[in-house]
Design a protein around this ligand. Structure first.
Ligand code: NAD
Length: 359
């Protein structure tokens, strides 16, 4: 059965992009409440959501409203665990922005709250939904691309003093981490979507661009469970902002676009081995699935989960793996050791990576 799910968006920064994602699915969602802390910003966003009320502060009055189906949490990272747990306990389904929470232990606590309440929580990774990425996935899954040898992911963005004027940014206690947790997390999630899970990590992170507590630069070498090797290059100090994925398999080299933001939508470039017939590749390109992208696609998938029991478009396991990778990167950088995944609850960084980030 389908219904229009009534949503409260909490947070008016990236919450504005969430609103557009819901508005793109008018038969599935009704944004009933815009919740924020700043009255002017909250009212300004509510004005873009036909019929929405404003609500100031994430509080019991919001949670007690009987007319809400979904609480969509778009607040600073340090608030995620507490707000998501309270929303689940209030009987609401939850959408939760990245980074999900502050540690693998907190991921497990959130899993326990989901199991206890019987509600559904969907982590956000809207960059999984892009036609370029879908085409790359289609080609790699066909078996015709052959084994992947190596891949690179470059997140070369720019963030300056204006960005860090927002008080929670750049602080370990509030942003939880830097470029690996906040910015490059999308491209690294896209990489593991295509290559599968990570087996081993060797990393160095540094703060080289801005006078902040969190890291803004890093270099990582990884072995994937498949045996493929991959490197991650990250900085928030690039004069020419760009993001780029490159995957070299036996029979195809895949290169994403290099737009400054998230590159899932394409166009991706697919090159067959020089001197060979590329008809097989063109046939796969022609049959790759295309459709809505970004938040609109992820939210449509969430409605399918709630209405028809379809698989969640982004799972807790996927969000957990992205945090496990970040945990391993920070621990490798601090300890100077290679770190193997998965990280068990006995691992020193299971309870959090904050001490690995402090210098
Ligand atoms: N998926 C993406 O592409 C993407 C992009 C940007 C940010 N994010 C994530 O979204 C989250 C928010 O980031 P942002 O850039 O929008 O931050 P922001 O500072 O622009 O917005 C945060 C919002 O949260 C509100 N808020 C804070 N505490 C609150 C409370 N107790 N009750 C009600 N509202 C409260 C603030 O009023 C503000 O509207 C972060 O986790 C960030 O990592 C994701």
């Amino acid at each position: 059965m389908t219904k229009r799910h009534r949503v409260a968006i909490v947070g008016t920064g990236i919450g504005a992009a969430h609103l557009n994602g819901f508005l793109a699915n008018p038969d599935r969602f009704e944004v009933a409440v815009i919740c924020g802390q700043d009255p002017a910003r909250t009212a300004a966003l509510a004005a873009q959501a036909p019929g929405a009320e404003t609500h100031l502060g994430f509080n019991t009055a919001l949670l007690a409203r009987p007319d809400l189906d979904i609480i969509d949490i778009c607040t600073p990272p340090d608030l995620h665990l507490s707000q998501a747990t309270q929303a689940l306990q209030a009987g609401r389904h939850v959408i939760l922005e990245k980074p999900l929470v502050a540690s693998l232990a907190e991921v497990d606590a959130l899993e326990a709250a989901i199991a206890r309440t019987g509600r559904t929580l969907m982590p956000i990774f809207q960059a999984r939904f892009g036609n370029g990425l879908a085409m790359a996935k289609h080609i790699l899954a066909s078996g015709q691309a052959g084994r992947i040898h190596v891949a690179t992911a470059e997140t070369h963005w720019y963030r300056g003093p204006a960005y860090y004027a927002t008080p929670w940014r750049g602080k370990i206690a509030h942003e939880l981490g830097g470029a690996f947790i906040t910015h490059a997390i999308h491209l690294h999630d896209m990489l593991t979507t295509l290559l599968g899970p990570v087996r081993q990590v060797s990393a160095q992170v540094a703060t080289r661009v801005n006078p902040i507590e969190t890291e803004d630069t890093g270099a990582v070498a990884m072995e994937m469970e498949s045996g493929a090797l991959a490197t991650l290059s990250v900085t928030l100090g690039s004069p020419q902002p760009s993001s780029r994925l490159r995957i070299v398999a036996e029979n195809v080299t895949i290169t994403s676009g290099d737009a400054p933001g998230i590159t899932a939508s394409g166009p991706f470039h697919f090159a067959a081995r020089e001197g060979t017939n590329r008809a097989w590749l063109d046939a796969l390109i022609a049959t790759a699935p295309t459709g809505p992208e970004g938040f609109a696609a992820q939210f449509a998938g969430f409605a399918d989960t709630l209405d028809h029991g379809a698989p969640l478009p982004v799972t807790m396991a996927q969000a957990r793996h992205s945090l496990e990778l970040a945990t391993a990167i920070y621990h490798s950088s601090k300890s100077g050791q290679r770190v193997s995944l998965p990280l068990p609850p006995t691992h020193p960084a299971y309870a959090g990576w904050a001490s690995d980030l402090r210098r």
